[in-house]
Design a protein around this ligand. Structure first.
Ligand SMILES: [Cu+2]
Length: 162
């Protein structure tokens, strides 16, 4: 009787160890997936900082392909981020009533709609070789000058991926 009791205890312990192994294995999966994601992010992410009245990028010569623009609003008011492919210099865009006429300037590749201070938004774009401008086209109520005119614009270049 005593002997059978210990056999049961041993089997239960073995089962618990096996269960623990599976919990570890399954629990370990998301973190390795996250690590892979972080590694991928590191090679393709462009950091963008939006403030009054300036836009900064951590890299301005990029490689063609999928690029993740991670924009942080470090200002005190809402800002947006528009990416346009254009041959026009960043300061020379056509502006009507405080706003850039986007279609007249080049090809809009994508945008992050206006978002509040303190927030971070991401946008992934598949960009071909070319010259680009990243800008904010917000115009505050009852203001004559838009954010673009106040300086929220920056040029960057996309090189062939070779
Ligand atoms: Cu802005």
């Amino acid at each position: 009787m005593n002997h059978r009791y210990y056999q049961k205890r041993i089997r239960a312990a073995g089962f618990r160890a096996l269960l623990g192994f599976w919990v570890l294995l399954i629990g370990g999966l998301p973190s390795s997936a996250l690590a892979k994601d972080l590694a991928r992010e590191g090679s393709e992410t462009v950091q963008v900082q939006l403030t009054e009245w300036e836009i900064a990028m951590d890299q301005r010569v990029l490689k063609a392909g999928k690029l993740r623009f991670k924009a942080v609003n470090q200002g005190r008011i809402d800002h947006e981020m528009v990416v346009i492919q254009t041959g026009t210099p960043a300061h020379a865009f056509k502006v009507v009533a405080g706003k850039v006429v986007e279609d007249a300037v080049g090809k809009v590749m994508g945008e992050i709609e206006g978002f509040p201070p303190g927030q971070t938004k991401s946008l992934t774009l598949d960009l071909p070789e070319g010259t680009y401008v990243l800008f904010c086209n917000n115009l505050d109520q009852e203001d004559v000058q838009g954010h673009y005119q106040r300086g929220m614009r920056i040029a960057f270049e996309v090189m062939p991926s070779q």
